[in-house]
Design a protein around this ligand. Structure first.
Ligand code: HEC
Ligand code: HEC
Ligand code: HEC
Ligand code: HEC
Ligand code: HEC
Length: 355
């Protein structure tokens, strides 16, 4: 190596020593502070700054809930009920205050810069060949540790001045802990093993994506004994519980005969809460389904009313909000539920359940 080259290596080592790569856990405050981009020029904060060269990734992200995190109707309706600056920290992470500090750049939600830019430099798992960026390689950037910065947190302690500076011990969103405790804990690249794969990539499909939910939740029906149906929902494809994430998320399993709608059978899959002694809320019942596990229900055909040979409608719905059917005045302007599976079952032709 020539002396000049050695000089360059020493210079690079000095830069590395001056600005150590940040820890992945330091990129996000779990909702306690805005994401601070430091000395980043305004032009590099927008998604448009990346779209010229990263057209495919930008198009995927533009269709993601990350992009809609601030603007989506379900969030906005909930935020109007409880307009804490704390919510803004994760749903419009570049904003420094409450809703009044959300301009067009901040309204881009969980944008490219939120995950990839700090102090005018790029952060990623590693620099790619041909990259024009000054890139800091952050260990664990392509693991659950990155997602944990926003997808794992407890009920907050809300101070008298409506600020949030600390958390209770009761999980509000428990997605990363569910993943680590579940059957998919060893998935290579962890969350990205399912959510970051092409072609979906930066679209991060989840609960608002019919194909993703159908892939995650299987519904099957068999005859437990004469005159009795067994309904079963299995978490075949999610890396965490079904449902996970926001506390209002739940599934409804329903069976009914069209001539006897009031005799409807209905089961709730999700978490229900009660006030906790320290602050916030704690889980009262949790019927959410861990990875590769099932929940079953036995339904007596007679209890469903109607004629003995009348087909039975069976349905699985994913509901995003506490109110499945909001009144017109209170509607969030986007669907509040997704019909995941629906079938009509002929009671005479239901296969017997395996023993
Ligand atoms: C929620 C966080 C998040 C957001 C938002 C995000 N990315 Fe990424 N991005 C990642 C992760 C995680 C990886 C994979 C880790 C790695 O390989 O560095 C990645 C990888 C990349 C790569 C490397 C090439 C590849 O295909 O993996 C590019 C380029 C990139 N992102 C650009 C963008 C652009 C442009 C935007 C905005 C349109 C964006 N990202 C938004 C988290 C994010
Ligand atoms: C002038 C073109 C250009 C612009 C503008 C651009 N990038 Fe890149 N970027 C590239 C190229 C080329 C690569 C390396 C090859 C690849 O992975 O696409 C790259 C790589 C990356 C990587 C992977 C890490 C690395 O350094 O290899 C990330 C993350 C990334 N870009 C994010 C962004 C974000 C966020 C923006 C907007 C703030 C942006 N890029 C703007 C061309 C560009
Ligand atoms: C800066 C905070 C932040 C980070 C980091 C982050 N997310 Fe998100 N993510 C959000 C927010 C906020 C939403 C909810 C958007 C909304 O209001 O629907 C979301 C939504 C999602 C959804 C869609 C949920 C749905 O209902 O369809 C998926 C999937 C997801 N994130 C996966 C990930 C993964 C995987 C990672 C790590 C690679 C990650 N996120 C990193 C904040 C973040
Ligand atoms: C084995 C594949 C797999 C792994 C691993 C995985 N997920 Fe998912 N995830 C899914 C599928 C499929 C869905 C759609 C069904 C649903 O909404 O639960 C989903 C949904 C979600 C949602 C939307 C939740 C909601 O309320 O509907 C979020 C947020 C999410 N994942 C985040 C993560 C994070 C963070 C990790 C890592 C800790 C992760 N996922 C690991 C497959 C996976
Ligand atoms: C620590 C980060 C964080 C904070 C703080 C936060 N959220 Fe979220 N929120 C998320 C993540 C991550 C998701 C995505 C999980 C999912 O899709 O179920 C989400 C999802 C939601 C959803 C579901 C949106 C949808 O697309 O269906 C609503 C509604 C919501 N949050 C409202 C709020 C409100 C209101 C506040 C303040 C009182 C708040 N959030 C505070 C991280 C946060």
């Amino acid at each position: 190596m020539t002396p000049r080259r050695w000089g360059l290596v020493v210079a690079l080592l000095c830069v590395a020593a001056a600005a150590p790569a940040p820890q992945v856990s330091a990129l996000f405050s779990r909702g306690l502070a805005p994401v601070d981009l430091g000395a980043t020029p305004d032009a590099d904060r927008t998604a448009a700054a990346c779209a010229t060269c990263h057209a495919d990734i930008s198009a995927e992200w533009a269709r993601s809930r990350h992009h809609l995190a601030w603007t989506n109707g379900i969030f906005q309706r909930e935020y109007r009920r409880q307009p804490l600056d704390w919510c803004v920290r994760c749903h419009a992470p570049l904003a420094t205050g409450g809703a009044a500090s959300v301009g067009p750049v901040e309204a881009e939600g969980v944008s490219c810069a939120v995950c990839h830019v700090r102090d005018g430099r790029m952060v990623a798992a590693r620099a790619r060949e041909g990259s024009p960026h000054d890139t800091v390689a952050v260990a664990g950037f392509d693991s659950a540790a990155l997602c944990e910065g926003c997808h794992q947190f407890a009920f907050p302690v809300v101070n008298e001045d409506s600020t949030v500076t600390r958390y209770t011990e009761h999980p509000m969103q428990d997605t990363v802990a569910e993943f680590r405790a579940g059957a998919h804990a060893g998935t290579p690249r962890e969350c990205l093993g399912c959510h970051g794969n092409t072609p979906a990539g930066h679209r991060f499909p989840g609960g608002h994506d019919l194909a993703a939910v159908q892939h995650a939740a299987a519904l099957d029906v068999c005859a437990a004994r004469p005159g009795e149906l067994r309904l079963r929902v299995t978490n075949v494809g999610a890396g965490h519980n079904l449902p996970t994430g926001d506390l209002h998320r739940h599934f409804q399993v329903r069976a009914w005969r069209s001539t006897a709608p009031t005799a409807l059978f209905e089961a709730f899959i999700g978490r229900a809460f009660e006030p906790a002694p320290d602050a916030g809320k704690q889980v009262r019942v949790d019927t959410s389904i861990p990875p590769l596990q099932s929940a079953t229900w036995e339904v007596k055909l007679r209890a469903l009313g109607g004629a003995a040979d009348e087909p039975v409608n069976v349905e699985l719905r994913y509901v995003y909000t506490a109110d499945e059917e909001p009144t017109a005045r209170n509607a969030p302007g986007e669907p509040t539920y997704l019909v995941v599976h629906e079938q009509r079952v002929d009671p005479a032709k239901v296969p017997a359940c395996p023993r």
